[in-house]
Design a binder for this molecule. Structure first.
Ligand SMILES: C[S@@+](CC[C@H](N)C(=O)[O-])C[C@H]1O[C@@H](n2cnc3c(N)ncnc32)[C@H](O)[C@@H]1O
Length: 234
């Protein structure tokens, strides 16, 4: 790869808000709300305790800390220095251990091939110019047989209405401009990227928001938000 696979405007967006990352009533409320669900799902699949885990696009560290609290040895990487600053500061409060690094996933894949039992890359692919390159790097970083988890947003009219009009304009769950529809990925497209990278898709699960109960659930509906569980098949 000749240039870093990053959109500086995306990093700036997250950097500006980073100081509110751990406020459960801030712009990051949706991430706080979905964190227990995704943590349980990942833990059930891999048994996090004792595992060496890489969290790609870790931001302020919600998932990284959650996995560390369950006994994983976690490295979190991101390219937003502000988000990483907040993540490091929060460790003082939580007393957990996470190794945070500002490094591109593609560069880390050259440095530590097959370095991790588990790789997570959640709510990040829709913010990068070349998601396939991130998937390739994640596949290189996991050990043969190890599992890689992705989550992102589907691309179809319903996803546009729910994830952009609904979440950003009507319910105001997220700041306007958080998401760019063109960067949403259909499950078939992401599955194709995974297969090209040597990752076998083991499970695709949907995540839905109920505006009446204001709760998220995991289930069969992958039409808006969804998660993918894959395993390196060599
Ligand atoms: C919506 S946040 C998700 C944070 C975390 N993964 C979670 O789900 O709680 C997206 C994160 O991706 C990061 N990001 C965007 N482009 C990136 C890139 N090219 N490399 C690494 N991180 C990136 C942002 O800085 C931000 O922290």
């Amino acid at each position: 790869m000749n240039k870093v696979n990053v959109d500086p405007q995306e990093l700036a967006k997250f950097g500006e808000l980073a100081h509110r990352w751990w406020d459960p009533n801030s712009e990051f409320k949706p991430l706080h709300d979905i964190n227990p669900l995704r943590l349980d799902w990942i833990d059930k699949a891999v048994g996090l305790s004792g595992k060496k885990v890489l969290d790609v696009g870790c931001g302020g560290g919600l998932l990284s800390e959650g996995m560390a609290a369950r006994g994983a040895q976690v490295t979190g990487i991101d390219l937003s220095d502000k988000a990483l600053g907040v993540a490091r500061l929060h460790l003082l409060e939580s007393q957990l251990q996470v190794n945070y690094r500002e490094v591109a996933v593609e560069a880390l894949a050259m440095e530590q091939p097959c370095g991790y039992d588990v790789v997570t890359c959640l709510e990040m692919l829709e913010h990068v110019p070349d998601p396939a390159s991130v998937v390739q790097a994640c596949a290189k970083l996991v050990k043969p047989g190890g599992q890689v988890f992705f989550s992102t947003i589907n691309r179809n009219p319903k996803a546009y209405v729910f994830a952009i009009i609904g979440a950003e304009y009507l319910l105001k769950l997220l700041p306007r401009g958080t998401h760019d529809y063109a960067r949403f990925l259909r499950p078939a497209e992401l599955s194709g990227c995974c297969r090209n990278a040597g990752l076998e898709v083991a499970e695709i699960i949907g995540m839905s928001y109920n505006p009446l109960t204001k709760t998220y659930t995991l289930g069969r509906d992958t039409s808006v938000n969804y998660l993918l569980r894959t395993a390196r098949n060599d």
